[in-house]
Design a protein around this ligand. Structure first.
Ligand code: SF4
Length: 220
């Protein structure tokens, strides 16, 4: 990246990190995704019950491989041969995990986290249940305000995720959401993956929520 552009991105990341901290989120800026696993090894005790939401970012950072290393009690919703019923049970158990990990669909520079879910398992765990919640968020998820967060989901996150998941939605074939400004989803088709929208403004439980901001493009 051009040096000046890199400075601009870094200033945005720092501003966002400061606002996240003001909002009660422990925040760390990492230079690259390779720093994520060492950070987790230092900060998640061996034997902890760990789980995560569906996330391209986590896979890119090696989190799934780390959780499968045998060091932790991994509530593995994607293990080979798992039945739909067992997968549902994993998602229920994840609500009581020691550490739950996920990414965000958008991160507002004001230090607020925006996520949209189809089943609600990821958004539910982020709100209450797991003792600790750790987000990994790449610089591409930063947006200036709430309107831009909604647009990001409609134009980038959801279309790319529905393509990844082979959904038969409007956005998977057109690359953009069908919903208008009122949020009416008629014509979405298939099974929508944007049923639950949450904006987390603040964390009141000291140390419960950690945000790892990574200076790289990660996930969608
Ligand atoms: S509402 Fe439907 S069309 Fe719009 S982004 Fe979500 S899944 Fe795609």
């Amino acid at each position: 990246m051009d040096g000046n552009l890199e400075r601009v991105v870094m200033l945005r990341l720092k501003r966002t990190a400061e606002n996240l901290q003001k909002n009660g989120f422990e925040t760390h800026i990492l230079k690259q995704k390779e720093e994520v696993v060492p950070w987790l090894k230092e900060n998640i005790p061996a034997g902890a019950a760990v789980a995560h939401g569906g996330s391209v970012t986590l896979a890119e950072c090696g989190v799934v491989d780390l959780f499968r290393s045998g060091e932790y009690r991994y509530i593995d919703r994607d293990k080979p041969g798992i039945t739909p019923e067992e997968r549902q049970e994993c998602m229920r158990q994840a609500l009581l995990s020691d550490v739950y990990m996920l990414s965000a669909n958008a991160l507002l520079e004001s230090g607020m986290i925006y996520n949209v879910d189809g089943n609600g398992n990821r958004t539910a765990a982020s709100l209450y249940g797991p003792r600790k919640v750790i987000y990994i968020i790449g610089e591409n998820k930063l947006v200036p305000d709430f309107a831009a967060a909604v647009e990001r989901v409609k134009r980038t996150a959801c279309p790319a995720n529905t393509m990844r998941l082979n959904c038969t939605t409007y956005c998977a074939s057109k690359g953009v959401c069908v919903a208008d400004d009122r949020g009416i989803m008629e014509g979405c088709g298939g099974s929508s993956i944007c049923n639950d929208h949450i904006l987390i403004r603040r964390n009141n439980i000291p140390g419960r929520v950690v945000v790892l901001l990574v200076r790289e493009r990660l996930g969608y």
